[in-house]
Design a protein around this ligand. Structure first.
Ligand SMILES: Nc1nc2c(ncn2[C@@H]2O[C@H](COP(=O)(O)OP(=O)(O)OP(=O)(O)O)[C@@H](O)[C@H]2O)c(=O)[nH]1
Ligand SMILES: [Mg+2]
Length: 398
């Protein structure tokens, strides 16, 4: 929908050309930062008017609208063009139906996690907001900074229903019975959902798609979405960072646990030929770190990655050095592996692959691995005592 169409549909707050230009600039900037078109999810209870609202915003009848029963059964994504730029806008099945409520919420939360702005649409004059209140609270619990706009829709439905004159509706200084009822309802809704003043929008999508005269508040809604984008960009960056940090945290915990296990396995020195469990553990660790970073890797692939590194050490170094570097890898007969080597080595292997996988490199060359592994092994040795202490504790409770 063009800005001008929205401007025609609503008389309030008609945007100036400068504001449109500013809006286009904001969308373009958001797209650059996000690396993708900003994505808006429209959610709410069934019948709130989500599909009607999207149709009205896009000025295209893209979504089916229901009359007496839940209508949208599958998500539908459309391009919402504003001026020079577009946003993705996603219609999703409504929640609030007893048997499907939880599934729908799970689905919506998955969508929110890959989106930038959420619209929670509430159909007036409904006052049973328990689902909405819980929903807004859950969003805030999952991500306190997620930009959620609450849209009170169907505001034409307040009494007296017949007195609907969107062109002269004044919600800034309400004086008629209808205006007062709308504003009072909106404020109570806002408080129930726990959002700030500027995150509440009041709209009418119209009784039907063809009721363009009955529409209200769509331009203000479009503007609110656009002007929320800078906050959405910040939030997306923070979210990406948090996800990254938590992935790294998770991987580091696994590396530590595997290293202590390796040290425990090797508590009583074992012949190298018997150290298959160590090799298996180290390969499983590599597979697991890859998994954390979204790559499915078989043990065979992990072995293909690691074995040339082991072999290159074998070619260039004396057995003693090899043992120093690869306890648990390979089945070279003789020699003993102690906890003092198995733990730090496992740690170094984990840290090395973590570095590559975190930067999306799932096929590092043998040379790259070898260099980093050496450096990491040196550092890992400093943790040897800590590992051995923890391994000793494990061993004593086994
Ligand atoms: N009077 C009035 N009716 C509206 C408005 N918005 C939607 N409706 C009506 O409300 C009913 C439900 O609208 P939908 O758009 O299908 O609602 P939905 O939220 O998409 O519902 P589900 O797809 O079931 O989740 C339809 O009869 C619409 O015509 C509005 O602003 N005013
Ligand atoms: Mg719908």
């Amino acid at each position: 929908m063009s800005f001008m169409t929205i401007a025609k549909a609503t008389s309030e707050n008609v945007m100036s050309q400068d504001t449109w230009d500013e809006a286009s600039r904001i969308i373009a900037e958001a797209e650059t930062y996000l690396g993708e078109m900003p994505r808006i999810v429209v959610c709410g209870k069934t019948g709130a008017g989500k599909s009607s609202l999207i149709n009205a915003l896009l000025d295209r009848e893209v979504n089916r609208v229901g009359h007496s029963e839940p209508t949208t059964q599958e998500e539908q994504e459309e391009a919402w063009t504003l001026g020079e730029k577009s946003l993705h806008i996603l219609d999703v099945p409504g929640f609030g139906e007893a048997d499907k409520h939880q599934d729908r919420l799970d689905f919506i939360f998955r969508q929110l996690s890959i989106s930038h702005v959420g619209l929670l649409v509430v159909g007036a004059p409904d006052r049973a907001w328990e689902y909405e209140r819980q929903f807004a609270q859950s969003v805030a619990e999952v991500d306190a900074d997620f930009p959620l706009l609450v849209v009170g829709n169907r505001i034409d439905m307040f009494n007296p229903v017949r007195e609907w004159q969107p062109q002269s509706l004044n919600l800034t200084e309400p004086s008629t019975q209808k205006e007062k009822a709308i504003v009072e309802w909106g404020q109570a809704l806002r408080a129930a959902c726990g959002v700030q003043e500027d995150r509440l929008l009041l709209t009418s999508a119209g009784e039907s798609f063809h009721d363009s005269e009955g529409r209200f508040g769509l331009e203000a809604l479009a503007r609110a979405v656009v002007f929320t984008l800078p906050a959405a960009v910040q939030n997306a960056a923070a979210r990406a960072f948090k996800v990254d940090v938590s992935k790294k945290d998770m991987a580091e915990k696994c590396i530590w646990a595997a290293s202590v296990t390796a040290a425990t396995i090797a508590m009583s020195p074992i012949p190298l030929a018997d150290c298959i469990p160590l090799a298996a553990l180290q390969l499983a660790l590599i597979v697991h770190i890859a998994d954390i970073y979204g790559k499915i890797m078989t043990k065979q692939t992990a072995w293909n990655l690691l074995s040339p590194v082991a072999a290159s050490f074998a070619g260039r170094m004396a057995l003693a050095s090899l043992l120093d570097f690869f306890p648990g890898i390979g089945t070279i007969a003789g020699g003993l592996i102690g906890a003092g080597i198995a733990g730090p080595m496992t740690y170094a292997i984990g840290k090395t692959y973590l570095t590559f996988f975190a930067s999306n490199n799932f096929t590092p060359s043998s040379e790259e691995v070898r260099e980093l592994l050496k450096a990491n092994y040196r550092k890992a040795r400093e943790k040897r005592q800590e590992m051995e202490d923890e391994a000793a504790q494990h061993a004593s409770t086994m």
